[in-house]
Design a binder for this molecule. Structure first.
Ligand code: ADP
Ligand code: MG
Length: 698
């Protein structure tokens, strides 16, 4: 059997393969394209395509695909085989540079938010050489960006790459001012921790709600949930361990650095975290990871649930986006330095993030807004919908000392002057991690915790990178024209702390008192739901910023606004229809049948002997019959509410109607059905219970 180092990356056309299969000229030009974004010559592309094809065919591939990330949030691929007919009736395997660089999938069924006129349904995919090609099954997958005929981005990768470039540009300006002339490039890196549930396929198949919507729409609370806290970091069950082993092997073959795995808080919930890498690649890898997780689960007779809230009343699943900024020379710019001078640079970058998070709270919230995540944010397990930052005691004390020009306790110097020569050395934060903060500093990186488990991490990182690029730009503009660099730096850091300290909160983010303080005293935003949040994507301050850094065009922003709201509406409407269907065709009939059988039992008892007590039967019949009437009424009301959505004039109005009516009706219907479940014999109830689902994997 091969060892991990022997098979790691064996399905990836990575640097090792490139070096060994390309001539040094071709390799060097490709490297220049990858590292510096130089345009690629067609002759180089041809040579790369040929080497890629030979390598892929040798490794069992028969097809290739341009692999891309449309706005559906998942990945897409259209397979073409390498075969090409030869005159003698045989075939040869062919793949040209042109086919590598550009694809033209028929894109008419991908969401475009009005960007693609119907007469030009074609979309274009363009090779992203910064992310390695890989083999999945029998297909060579080429990571690509996806755009329209008019070059507007129709995907998540393009704006992500643009946002990384924006941040690179502004960060380099700052680094030059600090005299770091050797740095060629600044990149953000991300390590996304991925949460998920595992249940058996057998149970899954019995739940139409899980099959159609990814979450349970009905289900009474189980007698045992997560109360005992006995699952978190608990012993991993044998079936789950086998799954994780297989999953790791597959991910490692694809060059994905799967590193840690453990049980999460809820029963059947687990987490996987990779070692961090460049944001663009981390995003591709996270998409592949989610796909492979589901594929491997199927092999084990399991289903991997990536929905944010598969079970009401049980912790949902999120994704923690660990994010930092570093240079190609290996310096993490969010790591406190060794010298006062380095610390001044660190503080400036820290301030840039503080300012960015405060100025663009709304964009961060928007970047994680989906129907699924709405069930999680603000519940007792996930950060609230209010964005705030946690910095830890040490940094807080440093910032306070700077702001108030008072001595910093932790430092040896008596006076905390920011003049860069006397800035004290401070230690890496060692305080307890605040797990309730949406955006926490964790020593040398920030952890953005609002992402939902099924979200592409692209959106959050696009907004984060762009907002920080904007802060850095403002700083660079001022510092470059300053007469006295140190004084200007000092002034700006102080001003940032003063202006933006309202975003810093070190207490319990799950506390109701915090939401009150945040919104009423501090004036922080609280966009509770997706329809509350998304319209603000088009606020002037947001569009201006994103357009000025060339991350989005105005049209692209409009299309994303449309698509996100559309996704929200479609998702909830599918859920509502599924509920109606389940209630009408299975739940109500099951209750009717059970009560009828109970009534029969009562009748038989009475025939046998009038004096046999029938209290249980008659009591249950009465309660269930009342509940079933209410279920019928609520089902009809829900159906009505679905039909009324057609009156909405636009997708924004539809979103509000869903928020205010449809979701309310859904939860009313659910509550009657869940009560009925607790009174109905298990034999009659059409679906596996929460306990069956949550404790199904042994
Ligand atoms: P925890 O559960 O305590 O938050 P984990 O070890 O599960 O910690 O996850 C930490 C994640 O942070 C990992 O994915 C790791 O690779 C990532 N990470 C560590 N350092 C950095 C960094 N400098 N930039 C981005 N991500 C990082
Ligand atoms: Mg974490």
């Amino acid at each position: 059997m091969k060892t991990v180092p022997e098979f790691f990356g064996s399905h990836v056309f990575d640097d090792r393969v490139m070096k060994s299969s390309l001539s040094s000229d071709v390799y060097n030009s490709l490297k220049k394209t990858i590292d510096e974004g130089a345009t690629l010559d067609i002759s180089v592309a041809n040579a790369v395509a040929n080497a890629m094809k030979d390598w892929a065919v040798k490794n069992g591939a028969t097809h290739y695909t341009h692999w891309f990330q449309p706005l559906t949030g998942i990945t897409a691929e259209k397979h073409d085989s390498f075969i090409s007919p030869a005159p003698d009736g045989s075939v040869i395997m062919e793949f040209s540079g042109k086919e590598l660089i550009k694809g033209e999938p028929d894109a008419s069924s991908f969401p475009s938010g009005g960007l693609r006129a119907t007469f030009e349904a074609r979309g274009y995919t363009a090779w992203d050489p910064t992310s390695y090609a890989f083999i999945k099954g029998k297909t060579l997958c080429i990571p690509t960006a996806f755009c329209s005929y008019g070059s507007e981005a129709l995907d998540k990768k393009t704006p992500l790459l643009r946002s990384m470039e924006a941040l690179n540009k502004q960060a380099l300006r700052i680094l030059r001012l600090f005299g770091n002339d050797d740095v060629k490039c600044v990149r953000t890196s991300v390590g996304p921790e991925q949460e998920y549930f595992l249940i058996t396929k057998e149970m899954y198949d019995k739940r139409p709600d899980l099959r159609f919507t990814g979450r349970t729409l009905f289900g009474a609370k189980p007698p045992k949930g997560q109360e005992m806290d006995d699952h978190y970091f608990g012993v991993i069950k044998p079936k789950v361990a086998e799954y994780m082993e297989d999953l790791n092997d597959e991910l490692w073959k694809l060059g994905i650095l799967a590193k840690t795995e453990h049980n999460e808080v809820a029963p059947a919930q687990h987490e996987l975290a990779p070692i961090y890498t460049t944001t663009n690649i981390a995003t591709d890898h996270n998409q592949i990871t989610m796909e492979i997780m589901q594929k491997i689960a199927a092999k084990h007779g399991l289903v991997c649930l990536l929905h944010e809230k598969p079970f009401a009343g049980v912790n949902g699943s999120g994704k923690h986006n660990n994010w930092s900024i570093s240079t190609d020379t290996g310096i993490n710019l969010l790591s406190p330095g060794e010298t006062p001078y380095e610390n001044a640079q660190f503080l400036l970058f820290l301030c840039a993030v503080i300012k960015a998070v405060d100025d663009y709270q709304d964009l961060l919230r928007i970047s994680v807004a989906t129907a699924g995540n709405d069930h999680r944010l603000g519940a007792n397990e996930a950060p609230p919908a209010v964005v705030s930052m946690f910095l830890g005691d040490e940094l807080n004390a440093v910032l306070k000392a700077i702001e108030t020009d008072t001595p910093y306790e932790g430092a040896k110097t008596t006076q905390m002057k920011l003049g860069v020569d006397v800035l004290p050395k401070f230690n890496r934060d060692t305080t307890d991690r605040n797990r309730t903060s949406p955006f926490a500093f964790t020593g040398n990186k920030f952890e953005f915790r609002m992402l939902g488990s099924s979200n592409s991490i692209a959106c959050a990182n696009i907004m984060l990178n762009s907002a920080v690029a904007e802060s850095l730009k403002i700083y660079a503009d001022r510092l470059e024209s300053a007469e006295n660099f140190k004084e200007e730096l000092d002034k700006m850091i102080r001003k940032t702390i003063k202006d933006h300290k309202k975003i810093i909160f070190n207490g319990n983010g799950y506390d109701d008192a915090w939401i009150k303080e945040a919104t009423e005293e501090r004036g922080l935003l609280n966009y509770r739901t997706t329809p509350d949040a998304i319209p603000h994507l088009l606020d002037k301050k947001n569009t201006e910023m994103l357009i000025s850094h060339k991350v989005f065009t105005e049209k692209e922003l409009h299309s994303r606004y449309e698509i996100t709201l559309e996704n929200y509406c479609k998702t909830v409407v599918i859920e509502a229809n599924t509920m109606v269907d389940m209630a009408k065709t299975e739940i109500s009939p099951a209750i009717a049948k059970y009560t009828a059988d109970l009534a029969k039992a009562v009748k038989n008892k009475r025939i046998a002997d009038e004096s046999i007590p029938c209290g249980y039967e008659t009591g249950t019949i009465k309660k269930l019959s009342m509940l079933n009437d209410s279920i019928a009424i609520k089902t009809a009301e829900l159906e009505d509410a679905i039909i009324k959505l057609q009156d909405a004039k636009n997708v924004e109005e539809e979103g509000y109607a869903i928020r205010d009516t449809l979701l309310v009706k859904m939860s009313e219907l659910r509550s009657f059905c869940d009560q009925a479940e607790t009174l109905t014999s298990k034999e009659y109830w059409p679906y596996p219970s929460y306990a069956d689902l949550l404790f199904s994997v042994k």
